[in-house]
Design a protein around this ligand. Structure first.
Ligand code: C2E
Ligand code: MG
Ligand code: MG
Ligand code: MG
Length: 280
């Protein structure tokens, strides 16, 4: 049995690897092209304070509208960008696009909803992120407080001195910083003591099985308490169901992001969603 399994594995595995390598190369080339063209766009998903009913922010989530493959999710091409040296270009594109959108909303006389952008590890490791961000908002005529920077724990774990000083400068300038996918990064909690952080986002894997699953309840309650004790905002993401929502509110976590309120929407639809909500 072992022999046939071994043989089967080789015969089955090799072509698959080739396909994947090929697809990756194809995606990489196409992504290079997409970065120069107009195939990338940002979707926006509201974060709502369930207590006041206020929309307190919108997370910008990148999409790739491919002429042949249709809408491609970031889980498929962000890793490709990371591995092919395109992640800085992609990251810069996202920041610029979010600033452009904020400027446009300003121009239309809307009270701006702060936009949360996802920054990659490589952006944090490039010297001068603080200066880059300052220039971006200045050129767009918006304020640092209009942006929230989402980082994963992994980004904080290496090159810590440089990352730390960039983050301190960013916060000093008025940008807010949120830890994304909190609880999934295998990191020690000690960084919470050293890094300037404004918010924790509970990873959706902990939200998914609420309220039935006892472990999820335990982890979520602990993160909420941790955030409260450290004076941080806590955002629950991936909230889909009424029961998840009710549980979070019962634990006094009131900032909710997820399909429960709205999926990520194109800018135009997002604005329509906001208007409908405010009864405009
Ligand atoms: P993330 O930053 O943790 O974003 C949350 C993801 O959860 C988004 O997936 C969002 O569409 C999805 N989501 C929101 N509400 C729900 C819900 O109620 N149920 C479920 N099942 N999912 C929900 P998306 O847009 O596919 O993005 C996936 C990941 O790709 C993001 O995770 C982020 O890590 C990365 N990403 C997205 N945009 C960017 C970007 O501009 N730059 C970088 N570096 N990464 C990005
Ligand atoms: Mg995020
Ligand atoms: Mg997340
Ligand atoms: Mg994620």
């Amino acid at each position: 049995a072992a022999k046939s399994r071994g043989r089967g594995q080789i015969g089955y595995y090799a072509p698959e690897m080739n396909d994947r390598a090929l697809e990756r190369m194809r995606l990489e080339n196409e992504l290079r092209r997409a970065l120069d063209g107009d195939e990338l766009l940002l979707y926006y998903q509201p974060q709502v304070d369930a207590e006041s009913g206020q929309v307190i922010a919108a997370e910008a989530l990148i999409r790739w509208r491919h002429p042949r493959f249709g809408l491609i999710s970031p889980d498929r091409f962000v890793p490709v960008a990371e591995e092919s040296g395109l992640s800085l270009a992609l990251g810069d594109w996202v920041v610029a696009a979010a600033c452009r959108q904020l400027r446009e909303w300003r121009r239309q006389g809307r009270s701006p909803v702060p936009v949360a952008v996802n920054l990659s590890v490589s952006q944090f490791h490039r010297p001068g992120l603080d200066e880059f961000m300052r220039r971006q908002v200045e050129e767009a005529g918006i304020a640092p407080a209009d942006l929230i920077l989402e980082v994963t724990e992994g980004a904080l774990m290496s090159h810590t001195h440089q990352v730390l000083s960039a983050m301190a400068n960013l916060q000093e300038l008025g940008f807010r910083i949120a830890i994304d996918d909190f609880g999934t990064g295998y990191s020690s909690l000690s960084y919470l003591k050293h890094f300037p952080i404004d918010a924790l986002k509970i990873d959706q894997s902990f939200i998914r099985d609420l309220p039935e699953d006892g472990d999820s309840r335990g982890i979520v309650s602990a993160i909420i308490a941790l955030g409260a004790n450290l004076g941080l905002k806590v955002v629950a993401e991936g909230v889909e169901k009424r029961e998840q929502f009710d549980y979070l509110l019962s634990r006094r976590c009131t900032i909710i992001q997820g399909y429960f309120y709205s999926p990520p929407l194109e800018a135009k639809e997002f604005v329509q969603w906001l208007d409908a909500r405010e009864g405009r």
